[in-house]
Design a protein around this ligand. Structure first.
Ligand code: ZN
Length: 277
């Protein structure tokens, strides 16, 4: 007789905040469990917690991750050579509640954050606020309106004003994430890039969107390697594809890439400049 044992190989976006909380020994009020594999990987690299960058790539679902594998070469390299990828179930089809769930570990019906106005009124505390209250520094680089409830509550808050040129918007998010990473000694930085989502909504070329996004991810990964940090990258919901009315059933899963980007070998003179000055 065959006995099928159901092995859990599917995770949820709700588990990201509890995993970060466990890594930093922070308490967080979420019913979701930390992801053991992420903690084992993180502690194997850095027994004492190092800086974590959490990057949400809007609309990056599991199908786009594979379909645009050529364009997402950096992302796949991070997953295959410097870490791993887990498929996560989504909790909402909309950005604001999905990101609130990623940051709180609570389902949308529990956190009640459906619009950015709700975020300002909510009494639910995100992992970012819990870190600060429990003695660890956290920062965000996100759309300007989303920063309002966080000003004065986090060590690093940088807002980028929303604009029609989403490629420029993501450039600014990328540059300021890197700058926050290098200038301030924060332990958790959250940022959110949106080119894929915008291109998907408008039916524009997703190959181009993926190339642009992959370049931004590569620059952030280089900066994370420079400070010996950990990089978590995930989607927020399945892509809203403009399929011209043809209904396509996409899986409600997004990738979570967990990586410790390696320190880049400096080619050049071979001289050690570290003792200068
Ligand atoms: Zn979204």
């Amino acid at each position: 007789m065959l006995i099928h044992i159901k092995v859990k190989n599917s995770f949820s976006l709700l588990q990201i905040a509890p995993t970060i909380a466990a890594y930093f020994h922070i308490s967080l009020d979420s019913p979701a469990r930390p992801i053991k594999r992420v903690l084992e990987f993180a502690y194997a690299r850095y027994p004492a917690p190092h800086t974590v960058v959490l990057l949400v790539v809007d609309s990056l679902d599991i199908e786009l991750y594979y379909e645009l594998g050529n364009e997402f070469s950096t992302l796949h390299r991070l997953a295959e050579q410097n870490g791993f990828m887990l498929e996560c179930e989504t909790v909402s089809n909309h950005t604001t509640p999905a990101i609130a769930s990623i940051l709180t570990g609570l389902r949308p019906e529990s956190h009640g954050i459906l619009t950015s106005a709700d975020a300002g009124r909510s009494t639910c505390k995100s992992i970012l606020e819990q870190m600060e209250e429990q003695g660890r520094k956290a920062g965000v680089v996100i759309e300007e309106k989303g920063t309002e409830p966080l000003i004065g509550r986090l060590s690093g808050v940088y807002g980028i004003s929303d604009r029609e040129d989403i490629v420029e918007y993501d450039r600014l998010i990328t540059e300021h994430t890197i700058s926050m990473l290098n200038r301030h000694q924060l332990q958790l930085i959250f940022s959110h890039i949106r080119t894929i989502d915008r291109f998907a909504h408008r039916g524009w070329d997703l190959h181009l969107a993926a190339r642009i996004t992959d370049r931004n991810i590569g620059e952030i990964a280089d900066a994370v390697s420079g400070i010996e940090g950990l990089l978590l990258i995930c989607g927020d919901h399945q892509a809203h594809l403009n399929t011209g009315g043809k209904g396509v059933n996409r899986k409600e899963k997004v990738p979570l890439i967990v990586a410790a980007p390696p320190k880049r070998v400096q080619h050049g003179t071979g001289l050690d400049y570290s003792s200068r000055g």
